[in-house]
Design a protein around this ligand. Structure first.
Ligand SMILES: [Zn+2]
Length: 255
């Protein structure tokens, strides 16, 4: 549908921007074939669990402490869905924009690590990354390609305590370092904020758009459906993430 949509106003915004913030969610990962879960990083939407307990409980910080095997079972399912999937044209388009603009930042809710894999260098993973593991008792940590070699729930090779992924489970705080980085960059300000493939249900995801609007900074949304910020943005593109990000990149590169 690209040919019927006039992207030139957005391309114009990109061309004159120095610092751009992309806010990404499950809709972008969906274009890599990942299911659009909700929950952890917008993950999980398969209805009730085998245990008959809401997924928010199974994927909760408390469950990780009290019944790690049960919690890991669902984390393992999410990882399995990501396994073999690759960053898509949308991730690559954002990464390639770094060569054309002064500073491109990504605030992502996705825990698949695809932005970094695609080559983006300024990524704020506000919900963490499934592939980073750490011990709950000592300083051991590791980064894995996937969980194929793991026995769930995994235990620390150094001390034997429980190992967990560096993702934000329900009821847990956002990672301090990521929040600090986000606050610092928001304070420095952006010239353009683009929300991609997210319903912006979390306040800290909607906030940069609201802030931008307050400061008369142009805002764009790329999302086929209605979101919490749809009514706020200057340019609303109701289409798929990968397709539209590629189209914006080619538009920018073509002149
Ligand atoms: Zn340990």
């Amino acid at each position: 549908m690209v040919e019927f949509m006039d992207l030139s106003p957005v391309i114009e915004c990109l061309r004159s921007a120095r610092r751009v913030l992309f806010i990404t969610g499950a809709g972008l990962s969906a274009d890599s074939g990942l299911p659009t879960y909700r929950g952890v990083g917008g993950l999980y939407d398969r209805g009730p669990t085998d245990e008959g307990v809401p997924i928010e409980v199974m994927l909760g910080g408390r469950m990780m402490r009290e019944d790690p095997a049960a919690c890991w079972k669902y984390i393992g399912q999410i990882e399995e869905a990501c396994r073999g999937a690759q960053p898509n044209a949308g991730h690559h388009a954002i990464a390639r924009l770094e060569a054309l603009l002064d500073e491109v930042w990504v605030l992502t809710q996705n825990v698949d690590g695809f932005h970094t894999r695609a080559g983006s260098s300024r990524v704020i993973e506000i919900h963490g990354d499934l592939h980073r593991l750490h011990c709950t008792a000592c300083t051991w940590k590791n980064e894995v390609q996937d969980y194929a070699e793991l026995t769930l729930p995994p235990s620390c090779p150094d001390c034997g305590a429980l190992v967990r992924p560096a993702v934000v489970l329900f009821g847990e705080m956002l990672p301090v370092a990521a929040v600090g980085m986000l606050q610092r960059e928001l304070a420095r300000g952006f010239d353009l904020v683009v929300s991609v493939g997210t319903t912006s249900a979390f306040p800290y995801i909607a906030d940069p758009v609201i802030r931008a609007r307050h400061h008369r900074v142009p805002t764009v949304e790329i999302n086929p459906g209605e979101s919490e910020v749809s009514h706020l943005v200057d340019h609303r593109i109701q289409a798929g993430a990968a397709e539209m990000l590629s189209a914006l990149l080619s538009g920018l590169e073509s002149d």
